[in-house]
Design a protein around this ligand. Structure first.
Ligand SMILES: [Zn+2]
Length: 283
């Protein structure tokens, strides 16, 4: 019994030592591999003609930074969420950011053109696998692989494609996710919307679709949360007739169709009847 316990102890120690030796060997071998790789990397960095030529070309090409215009918005009102399309939302935003977007579109085009020249010059100039020393390291395949790797990493990658992604999210009144929809717009569509936004007669949009999109998004800015805040401010009474009814509605004091905005100051509580009468008077 005692003997077998001792045997077990010895076997345990033996396994333990073997494991230790294996771990030790793995550490040594991986250190050696890393050092060897570094040796090759340093060599390529120091002696590769292609890398030197590429760095020289890189100094002459400055690409434009293209900002990201992707947008998203949440609605806690299912009706507005259904009513407003991603295109409507983009149209509304473009009224305000069209200058910046136009610049980005132009810059992307310039990047595109410049990138073509850049790649052509790289193709014409850079010669791979050429070193300014004859004492090459032994493993030529490794040398080639490492040079290709470093070369590709050093090539500039400017933004040459432009698009705007729009994501609309439906939440409940507490902001919890219920549904979402998204769409992506390419330069041609964006330019078309901007063009139609700028077809104006004074302050009127000539294009009816554009105007309807803007109105839909403006109306949709009255969240359920905001609606209840307006009722509360007006003490749950119609601001025209003073009645406290259960068919209260939020009304835009200056109507959206006349350029009114969905701001707290431009909203008031009306009963359904007063709201209806106001609506018919305006029309
Ligand atoms: Zn009323």
């Amino acid at each position: 019994m005692i003997l077998s316990l001792l045997d077990l102890f010895e076997i345990g120690m033996l396994i333990f030592s073997i494991v230790l030796i294996v771990i030790f060997l793995v550490i040594i071998i991986s250190t050696l591999i890393v050092r060897r790789n570094n040796k090759y990397k340093d060599f390529v960095l120091q002696h590769s003609a292609a890398l030197r030529q590429l760095n020289e070309i890189n100094r002459h090409y400055q690409f434009k930074d293209i900002p990201n215009f992707d947008m998203k918005n949440s609605y806690d009102n299912e009706h507005f969420y259904e009513d407003i399309s991603c295109r409507d939302y983009l149209t509304y935003q473009l009224v305000y950011i069209q200058k910046k977007v136009s610049i980005a579109l132009k810059d992307t085009l310039e990047n595109n053109k410049l990138f073509d020249e850049y790649r052509k010059e790289i193709g014409d100039t850079c010669v791979m696998n050429q070193y300014d020393t004859s004492n090459l390291l032994k493993n030529r395949n490794k040398l080639t692989r490492i040079e290709n790797n470093l070369f590709n990493k050093s090539i500039k990658k400017p933004t040459t494609l432009f698009s705007i992604k729009v994501r609309l999210i439906l939440t409940n009144i507490n902001g919890e996710y219920r549904d979402s929809k998204s769409d992506e717009f390419v330069p041609k569509e964006i330019k078309d919307i901007i063009f139609r936004i700028n077809q104006r007669n004074g302050s009127f949009y000539v294009n009816d679709d554009i105007w309807k999109s803007i109105c839909r998004v403006e109306r949709g800015k009255v969240s359920n949360k905001m609606r209840f805040a307006v009722y509360e401010r007006d003490h749950y009474r119609c601001r025209k007739c003073g009645r406290k009814t259960n068919d209260l509605e939020v009304d835009h004091i200056i109507p959206i169709a006349k350029g009114g905005k969905s701001t707290f100051d431009n909203l008031q509580t009306l009963c359904h009847r007063c709201n209806y009468e106001k609506g018919s008077k305006i029309e």
